[in-house]
Design a protein around this ligand. Structure first.
Ligand code: FPP
Length: 249
């Protein structure tokens, strides 16, 4: 007589995205629900970012691009903008040393020259401290807008053509990618495999429009300050179950 063995639970290895982009949304609503000012949510959001960065690094993610301030965010009340612009200073003092110990490399993309001096200096210090690190790249999108990014690329390419450095026929997708802000990332890691947006909003809001052409999109109702290691794992499990075809079969 045959005896069937009890079915063993098979552990399927997670397919970890190499590059994750995150739209960290919902800080204001999270704070309002707790009857606190909006900036309280941004502060909690910064703490969530630290937890998620270390968790991503431990999972084997190689690049984490986080949308920290968009070109449209200048329209917020002056006090809130001021508070957000001061966050990198606090971030440098409180969080960068731990990231450095974790071999995290800090970089930034966006029209960063227009950031207040103290903001830019704090980020440049973080970049300088971590520039030899070989682990996860934490890539801050600050004063970032996808259309602005493409516009500055087109201007530079047009100038190169005027200067006869190359002709219009030489302009390929690879050439364009070399003129985008994400040129600062290793070539094979420039495009996010997965983009996460928190807080229940279902749109990309000018975040990496060129680079997101084939990204998997993951939307969750969790507010950014509540997004931690477990929530990241859920997003990666969902990503693992998807079958990316890049337009093929
Ligand atoms: C969106 O939530 C969040 C931001 C515009 C700011 C995000 C910044 C951080 C999480 C901190 C990043 C850390 C550093 C070091 C820069 P929202 O304010 O639009 O929330 P709401 O939609 O509920 O109003």
């Amino acid at each position: 007589m045959f005896r069937f063995k009890k079915k063993e639970k098979i552990e399927i290895p997670l397919e970890v995205p190499k590059h994750i982009g995150i739209i960290m949304d919902g800080n204001g609503r999270w704070a309002k629900k707790r009857m606190q000012p909006r900036v309280f949510g941004h502060k909690a959001g910064m703490e969530a970012l630290q937890e998620v960065t270390i968790a991503a690094k431990n999972m084997g993610v190689q690049v984490l691009t986080v949308y920290a301030f968009s070109t449209e965010n200048w329209a917020r009340p002056e006090d809130e903008v001021k508070f957000i612009m001061h966050l990198p200073v606090e971030f440098y003092d409180r969080f960068v040393p731990e990231l450095h110990r974790n071999n995290v490399k800090i970089q930034m993309i966006g029209d960063t020259k227009k950031l207040p001096k103290e903001t830019l200096e704090a980020l440049e210090r973080a970049e300088a401290m971590t520039h030899l690190n070989t682990g996860l790249i934490l890539n801050f999108a600050l004063n970032y807008g996808g259309r602005a990014e493409i516009t500055q690329a087109v201007k530079q390419i047009a100038q190169e053509v005027l200067d006869a450095k190359f002709s219009p026929e030489d302009i390929t997708e690879e050439v364009i990618a070399d003129y985008l802000y994400t040129e600062s990332l290793p070539r094979i890691l420039r495009d996010p495999d997965l983009i996460i947006r928190t807080s229940g909003e279902i749109r990309l809001s000018n975040f990496l429009p060129w680079q997101a052409a084939y990204s998997e999109l993951y939307f969750t109702d969790v507010m950014w300050p509540d997004f931690g290691e477990e929530a990241l794992r859920s997003a990666v499990v969902e990503y693992s179950h998807r079958h990316r075809r890049f337009g093929g079969v």
